[in-house]
Design a protein around this ligand. Structure first.
Ligand SMILES: C[S@@+](CC[C@H](N)C(=O)[O-])C[C@H]1O[C@@H](n2cnc3c(N)ncnc32)[C@H](O)[C@@H]1O
Length: 187
């Protein structure tokens, strides 16, 4: 899928897509560079889109690590299935990550180490964001990490309410430049 197709998806669903083009490889690197791939039982990605972050997750994860990809958009989901459908222990889910608990049961997952998110919290309805973050905190292990990017700091205080602390980085070589929030969970 090229950038024009991504823009088309954005024009159809601006609030849930939340960006006019996929993230850059630079941002993808910053999103995953702190993951301890050798000691992860389960990694989850919210809003995989065309799979820019997924590529690094699939490439670096151990074979036994379960990777669940949540993507709400049907066209993006088909693309993810074409790209990653044959990978071992990668499960591609065409549903909202609000329903994460159902899939943890389905795939027999008790421990979630990392949740990587491409969700556009700035444009998602507040109630949906609240539901997602409440469940995220519940399913992530103690000291597990929720890693998300945002183009501004407007939602920082809102996201901070759910976690012990946030470690902040910035990637200028993304269009537009983005902040990476590494949020540490506390149970
Ligand atoms: C800003 S795009 C990010 C795509 C990709 N991660 C990237 O960085 O290029 C946000 C993605 O989140 C998806 N999305 C939005 N709300 C969602 C939800 N509740 N559950 C799963 N995916 C969702 C959208 O369909 C879209 O693909």
């Amino acid at each position: 899928m090229n950038n024009l197709s991504f823009i088309k998806q954005y024009l159809k669903n601006p609030k849930t897509i939340g960006a006019i083009m996929p993230s850059s490889k630079y941002l993808a690197h910053k999103m995953i560079e702190d993951i301890d791939f050798n000691h992860s039982e389960c990694i989850i990605e919210y809003g995989s889109g065309t799979g820019v972050f997924t590529e690094g997750l699939v490439k670096n994860k151990s074979e036994d690590t379960k990777l669940l990809l949540f993507e709400y958009n049907e066209d993006f989901c088909k693309l993810l299935k074409d790209k990653f459908g044959n990978e071992k222990n990668v499960f591609i889910i065409n549903d909202s990550c609000e329903n994460i608990d159902t899939y943890l049961l389905k795939y027999n997952i008790n421990n979630v180490d990392y949740i990587i998110s491409g969700l556009p919290f700035a444009s998602l309805p507040q109630k949906i964001s609240e539901k997602i973050l409440t469940k995220t905190r519940k399913v992530l292990k103690n000291d597990g990490n929720f890693i998300t990017f945002q183009y501004t700091l407007l939602k920082k205080d809102f996201i901070k309410r759910y976690f012990k602390y946030i470690d902040l980085k910035r990637e200028f070589k993304n269009i537009p430049p983005a902040y990476v929030f590494n949020c540490v969970n506390c149970k």
